[in-house]
Design a protein around this ligand. Structure first.
Ligand code: PEP
Length: 265
């Protein structure tokens, strides 16, 4: 939790399989969560092919739309790719560097940095993912790994783009495994990311929101957003259930409402 507005982003991955089911999920989130989306920033990231349909449903709401990936070239002979410039016409957000893109599709830190740069240039807000593998976690190298990934991502990034950037810390061993990171571990690793941002951008580093992701659900989301350096969560599996997602939204809103109450005392 910080002074920033909290953000809850839903990564639907390769789900749902039909347009009808995607529309139903989007309507479910909107129906149950729209009131809370005035207190918590909410971003839904469906597969490319459902972006248009979901955009129509979210139109006139506070809930924003994101893609799960993009390509760095604007146009050209790149069969099967979708550019950041194309996405900018449909959504406000894009995820880059998700660990499934890195592990299944061979994306390197350098490729992710190019995607990030292209997305920022297209005026998209970006959720850039970093996170250590299980062996780095086991050998106590989590902070070093994410610091190195963050350095590569930041590349030539310009100060005026910082507001568009969100960094999601997602330990790879926690994604989809049901084994979420201990909040203390998330705290110390995210502190390393913030430190890198500070070294590079000084005070402006606080403009970048940091999320935790990895087996987050309604029952544990508060434990992460209560951390002083955590501004929200990136949710995979649990975001496919509108009721569960709305419970997470309510839990995040409650943490922030409690903090505002304490500050006012
Ligand atoms: C993710 O896909 O970014 C993610 C965190 O997945 P899950 O919540 O299912 O672990």
């Amino acid at each position: 939790m910080s002074h920033q507005r909290p953000l809850l982003a839903a990564n639907w991955k390769l789900n749902p399989v039909t347009a009808e089911a995607a529309a139903e999920l989007a309507r479910g989130v909107l129906g149950r969560g729209e009131r809370l989306s005035t207190e918590v920033d909410v971003v839904l990231c469906p597969p490319y092919c459902w972006l248009l349909g979901v955009a129509e449903i979210l139109h006139d709401s506070h809930v924003e739309l994101g893609a799960q990936n993009c390509y760095w070239e604007r146009s050209g002979a790149y069969t099967g790719e979708v550019s950041a410039a194309m996405l900018a016409g449909w959504c406000q957000w894009v995820i880059v560097g998700h660990s499934e893109r890195r592990s299944h599709f061979g994306e390197t830190d350098e490729m992710v940095a190019r995607k990030l740069a292209a997305a920022l240039e297209s005026d998209l807000n970006v959720i850039a993912c970093v996170g250590e593998q299980a062996d780095d976690f086991d050998s106590g190298r989590s902070a070093d790994t994410v610091a190195r990934q963050t350095d590569v991502l930041l590349g030539e990034m310009e100060l005026h783009r910082l507001r568009q950037l969100v960094i999601a810390y997602e330990p790879v061993w926690a994604i989809g495994s049901g084994r979420s990171a201990e909040p203390e571990h998330a705290y110390s690793t995210m502190r390393a990311i913030r430190q890198r941002l500070r070294e590079r951008f000084d005070q402006a580093a606080t403009e970048v929101r940091l999320l935790y992701g990895g087996s987050v659900k309604a029952a544990n989301v508060a434990a992460y957003v209560e951390l002083p350096n955590c501004d929200g969560c990136l949710i995979g599996g649990a975001s496919l259930d509108a009721l569960e997602f709305s419970r997470m939204l309510a839990a995040v809103a409650e943490v922030y409402a409690g903090a505002a109450g304490r500050a006012a005392e």
